[in-house]
Write a protein that binds this ligand. Structure first.
Ligand code: FPP
Length: 227
């Protein structure tokens, strides 16, 4: 059966998961981190080549300061706790987004994770951090202008300037919690991606749910605009 090479996930519903239990939103994010751990392992075991996770969008800065701080703390905790086992499992960690705008301790920590795992040949775990699809396109345009090599570009040249250079486009994009929006995620790259939405909230999304999404994908007939 056809295994998607690249799965990208919009992990949504942490806040609602917590609210349903009368807990503060950060508990939901903490529970969401456990799903991240399980889904990363499952994806790697299944032979997925690239797993992209939307961890923090450029619009997430509009959240209360305390929640932003809590999210960054969770990311730190995740890297500190998981880096060893990710490395042991041959996972290569990469980051997409406007990294330089992040707090310096986060920049250092993600650099450590990407450097330590840079030679690994297993699954690529691509974390979208301070990521926005429109910003990515604008950044690419500005880089092309700054370089000043091209008078005219085509799609192939343009794609080299996206954060995702060298990555295949996502075959499957999963969004949890019943929402069906792209929310500024991989705008260029998702042109022909298959979408899978589920009502399951992210903290409840586990290996079994990932397998369901993959088997739904396997029933699709991808035509890329052809017949
Ligand atoms: C959306 O739920 C989730 C996020 C904005 C952040 C996702 C972060 C994690 C799962 C934590 C750790 C991440 C990594 C990569 C270790 P929401 O807050 O929008 O939920 P709501 O729509 O129910 O309010």
């Amino acid at each position: 059966m056809l295994i998607p090479k690249h799965i990208a996930i919009i992990m949504d519903g942490n806040g609602r998961w917590a609210k349903k239990r009368g807990l503060p939103r950060l508990y939901g994010h903490h529970a969401g981190m456990k799903s991240v751990r399980e889904v990363v392992r499952a994806a790697s075991d299944t032979g997925i080549r690239v797993l992209t996770l939307y961890a923090f969008s450029t619009e997430n800065w509009n959240r209360p300061k305390s929640e932003i701080k809590g999210l960054f703390n969770l990311l730190k905790l995740f890297i500190k706790k998981e880096l060893g086992s990710l490395h042991k499992n041959n996972v290569k960690v990469i980051i997409i987004g406007r990294i330089s705008e992040l707090p310096i301790n986060i920049v250092k920590l993600v650099k450590k994770a990407t450097e330590k795992t840079s030679k690994n040949t297993g699954m690529i775990l691509n974390i979208a951090l301070n990521y926005g699809g429109r910003q990515e396109i604008v950044d690419a345009v500005n880089e092309i202008i700054t370089e000043g090599i091209y008078k005219k570009v085509d799609e192939k040249i343009f794609e080299k300037y996206l954060y995702t250079t060298d990555l295949p486009f996502p075959d499957l994009i999963i969004r949890t919690s019943g929402e069906s929006r792209i929310s500024n995620f991989l705008l260029w790259q998702s042109a022909y991606s298959e979408f899978y939405t589920t009502k399951t909230l992210w903290p409840d999304f586990k290996k079994k749910n990932l397998m369901e999404a993959i088997s739904d994908y396997q029933k699709r007939n991808r035509r890329f605009g052809g017949l």
